[in-house]
Design a protein. Structure first.
Length: 250
């Protein structure tokens, strides 16, 4: 005898089930509390690079900081501090932006949110002006907001991406916030307009010439400019038989 489905009800009117996997509008949280293998630590380090640098090339990586973090000599918060004070970050975000723009980048990357208003930008810019970049970074990482949300072992991430009454979350900061402000983008010549002289047509794969097809060598054949050899005509009366015929000398 089959057992009928048992009756149940949600615990509240807005009950929702957990998602099966992370979506684009959900943040991946990386913490050293959950890491037990070198691969997991490598994923955490790459997540930190993406959060602070957006992308780290090989020459941008801080090898010493990575080694200290892998050996648990420093915390994730110390690693983030090292990235913010690195030459790559200073040159890419501080030297090429105003203090206001620099504050926007740091608040987005460190606190995981946008600045509230112009007053907040002015307040943090005053810290940059009076305490320098290092003092400003320390103020951000020592703030109650950072400690409450990320603590010592969590990589900062984009918070508040999922908003009420919205089906799609906020666009990530790295896409909406260019690295340079408008003034420096103009100095560097961005954006650049690229004109394409020829129009490319799509050719299906089955109609493309295969290896050995004569059409593949058409351009090479057009570049060849053959020249006829000029033959020198010599009369038989002008040939010295004695000198032309080889003979053996004793």
């Amino acid at each position: 005898m089959a057992i009928p489905l048992l009756a149940y009800s949600p615990s509240c009117p807005n009950q929702r089930v957990d998602a099966l996997g992370a979506r684009d509008d959900e943040a991946m949280i990386y913490s050293t509390d959950d890491l037990f293998s070198p691969t997991d630590m490598g994923n955490l380090i790459q997540a930190a690079y993406r959060q602070i640098f957006f992308h780290a090339f090989r020459w941008d990586q801080e090898v010493t900081l990575e080694s200290q973090l892998r050996n648990r000599q420093i915390t994730v918060r110390d690693f983030i501090r090292g990235l913010l004070l690195s030459n790559t970050f200073i040159d890419s975000f501080y030297n090429k932006n105003s203090n206001y723009r620099f504050v926007e980048h740091c608040v987005q990357k460190v606190l995981g949110r946008k600045v509230y208003n112009k007053a907040e930008k002015i307040a943090w810019s005053a810290v940059v002006m009076t305490k320098g970049v290092k003092g400003f970074v320390d103020e951000l990482l020592n703030s109650d907001e950072y400690i409450e949300n990320f603590g010592e072992n969590i990589v900062p991430y984009h918070r508040r991406r999922i908003l009420p009454s919205r089906a799609v979350g906020e666009i990530p900061f790295n896409i909406t916030s260019p690295r340079y402000d408008a003034h420096h983008r103009q100095q560097l010549g961005f954006p650049q307009t690229i004109w394409q002289e020829s129009v490319r047509n799509f050719i299906a794969y089955d109609k493309q010439p295969q290896a050995g097809d004569p059409s593949l060598f058409l351009n090479m054949a057009k570049k060849i400019t053959p020249k006829a050899n000029n033959l020198n005509t010599i009369s038989a009366f002008n040939i010295d038989i004695a000198k032309s015929v080889p003979y053996r000398r004793s």
